[in-house]
Design a protein around this ligand. Structure first.
Ligand code: ATP
Length: 278
């Protein structure tokens, strides 16, 4: 398994004759963390579904390592071995009676030997910190537990790119930290991670690149630049993340220089003690 780049090139896609995305482009360079932000209904899930090959755009292309995805049976099958999507609601994804069988479903479907399926399931459950749930009936699990099981199912496919649709929505703060611990372990194992979220502070702190879905298109750039753009964020029904908003207020009070752009509490603290970030 190795990092691979994924991209959407000028895709137009909609439902029932109504376009959701109109010529939207997104770049996910290999190994770079990409966060997708946007209002409810803006098209984040639609974009992720296109990247995963689950929805076919009316025009434009999805490319993996520069090669256009072919929406044929074999093209999609090959794509899904490399790119996995974890849906926002785990109940849209889970269907087996118990956790083990659910996580094993994908690898077993690839026709892998039983020993390899077992090894993949066990390592995915360990990576998500849910070894103890292996024999539990899925319907008895809490929402947060089901979310981890759904993620383990995608991880067991050993994708090069993992797309996570709102992975922290509905999780308690500790579970959120644990989800990101799991994401870090995946990155160490050469999986490129893309996620959608409404959490602007999380995107600022975590991502290498931020993409805002707004008015049917995508505005992508480095997190500090994009998330300092109050006009863009207002159009997207988002707000400036607190570290940048607080630094701007402290700059207005003359406490910080105007060009300080902290990405998190630690950077803000450093700026306050040292006079500026870096
Ligand atoms: N299968 C579908 N059939 C018809 N319309 C759909 C379908 N899926 C999504 N839509 C519509 O497309 C638009 C974009 O939906 P999408 O789920 O991509 O948005 P989102 O940005 O992920 O929203 P949220 O933040 O609420 O999860 C919405 O208006 C939605 O109602």
């Amino acid at each position: 398994m190795s990092h691979r780049s994924l991209a959407a090139r000028a895709i137009t896609v909609g439902y029932d004759g109504r376009d959701v995305l109109r010529g939207a482009s997104l770049d996910v360079p290999a190994g770079r963390r990409t966060a997708i932000l946007g209002a409810n209904g803006s098209g984040k899930t639609t974009l992720l579904r296109c990247l995963a090959g689950a929805v076919t755009p009316a025009s434009g292309a999805v490319e993996l390592d520069g090669e256009a995805l072919r929406h044929t049976r074999s093209g999609l099958r090959a794509h899904r071995q490399e790119v996995q999507l974890v849906l926002q609601d785990p109940d849209d994804q889970l269907f087996s009676a118990d956790v083990y069988r659910d996580v094993a479903y994908g690898p077993a479907n690839l026709g892998l030997p039983a020993a390899e399926v077992r090894e993949r399931v066990e390592s995915a459950l360990t990576l998500l910190g849910i070894d103890g749930l292996s024999r539990r009936p899925v319907h008895q699990l809490s929402y947060g537990e089901r979310k981890r099981v759904a993620t383990a199912g995608a991880v067991a496919m050993r994708p090069c790119v993992l797309l996570l649709d709102e992975p922290t929505a509905g999780l308690d703060p500790r579970a959120e930290v644990e989800m990101f611990d799991a994401v870090s372990r995946l990155e160490s194992a050469h999986t490129t991670v893309v996620l959608s979220t409404h959490d602007v502070a999380l995107a600022l702190d975590w991502a290498h690149s931020v993409a805002v879905v707004v008015d049917g298109t995508v505005v992508q750039g480095d997190p500090v630049t994009v998330l300092s753009d109050a006009e863009l964020l207002a159009r997207a029904r988002l707000h400036v993340p607190w570290p940048l908003a607080l630094a701007a207020e402290l700059a207005a009070d003359g406490v910080l220089p105007p060009d300080v752009r902290p990405r998190n509490a630690a950077e803000l603290r450093r700026a306050l003690t040292a006079g500026r970030v870096q």
